[in-house]
Design a protein around this ligand. Sequence first.
Ligand code: HEM
Length: 494
Amino acid sequence: MTIPETIPADSPAYGPPDSDARPEAGSTNPWVRVLDDIVSERRAKVPFPPGPGNFDFARTKRMAHDPLPILLSNYERYGPVFSIRMLHAKVVFMLGPEANTYVTVTHPHNFHWREGSFGDLIPLLGDGLLTIDGGYHDRARRIMMPAFHREQIEAAVEAMALEAAAAIERLTRGDAVDVYEWMRNLAMRIAMRALLGLDPDDAGHGASAAEHFERALGFYGTEYHLRLLRGPRSPWRRLIRSRAVLDRIVYAEIARRLANPDPGRRDILSLLLAARDEDGSGFSNEEVRDQLMTLMFAGHDTSTSTLSFLLYEVARNPHVLAALQAEQERVLGGEPPTPEQLEHDLPYLEMVVDEVLRLYPPAWIGPRRAVRDFEFGGRTVPAGAHVNYCSWASHRIPEIFGEPEAFIPERFTRERKASLPRGAYVPFGGGSRICIGKRFGQTEVKLVATMLLQRLRLELLPGRTMTIRQMPTLSPEGGLEMRVRERELPEPLG
Ligand code: HEM
């Protein structure tokens, strides 16, 4: 293969300089990315870390469907940094507490997000937090942070509780229900209200936005080779059509809010339109659109999967269910929880959620592109390499989490959590780009779990096992069917 003239031989084939300006739109042609990967690897000035470097289709396939055993065995063999060839490219993995801390906290400037695989999201999300870097990212994050402060999330709890109560009402005792699908629908309705301020039952706006967002997301769940197609009925064309509908709805909503400003509105769209940076500047309409799409994307699958895995583990561990319900009785006495109670008064629930996110961190991989050569753990990593930290594998290192496969909420008592090595537990990432929706997502999961388990018990279907799908986020493969039962009342005291 010859390297095209358009990429000068002495300049890096990746990454614009860190800048405060909005980045230029790159190519959406996947072959350009493939070529860019090949060029970067050829130009590497320092060696890649060791690891299986030969082309092996079976390994690539296993990495796409069941990566955990491969990652953990390479960690044992090579230590915390190694390379694995996947299709045409060598990909670097960095695992364990020190590696997580290096990537997220102490050396984030060695990496870009946009030129890593988050860049694949640009056609739908545009330039939101997940796909921008440098000063442009930091400014956007400064403007957005106040919308995620405690008081604003408390306002969102109202929408969450309203939607959760209605969704629970629709569950019928005795029925088998796909709880993954149920929560996905609920999370989307919550997002419509809390993020966009739209009524999810309004066919012209909220319902249509929800439907087209799901359709657009479908693109990222399809097999890689189908995503390369560009024909009239291809997944790509469906994505583009749905994006156009979403854009119409979101821009119309922005125009409506600007024409009739209402300081009483607390949804994230209204907050972003009003938000200002320290110098008084705010977002353009296009920037608001891109950030909103990004929030919808980042918050949707993650909360859905966390609740599904929680219900799965609770059903498998009756003593955990009993302890959760005893705490609910003691603290809430049958009433729905307030935001303060969710945050401070339900420590066992908190431990259960922590343990669910240890075993099944939905955003399990943090994809980056190295923008300079660097050294870690006595190995070099060349500029241009794809580098991933991985919470899923890091959370299953037996020296740090004994009996890593077992579901043991007690690992996360306050004292034991505080004594974990720095960077050992990273379900929300870390450093200055830690998940901006952490409080939102935790509140949503805790609220829905509490309201659900106050009324009902979800039982696994006999003989059914769960397998995990990991793209684009961890989720139960093919959904998670469970039987809805009446909640058993606790033993009377005394
Ligand atoms: C249980 C729920 C959630 C989990 C486990 C989770 C996990 C994560 C992780 C691991 C990252 C960092 C990725 C990396 O380092 O590569 C991240 C970033 C992010 N998350 Fe979440 N997330 C959750 C919920 C949410 C929600 C509800 C929202 C929005 C409402 C959200 C918005 C974002 C955004 C915008 C970023 C990028 C932040 C930046 O780069 O400045 N997340 N999330």
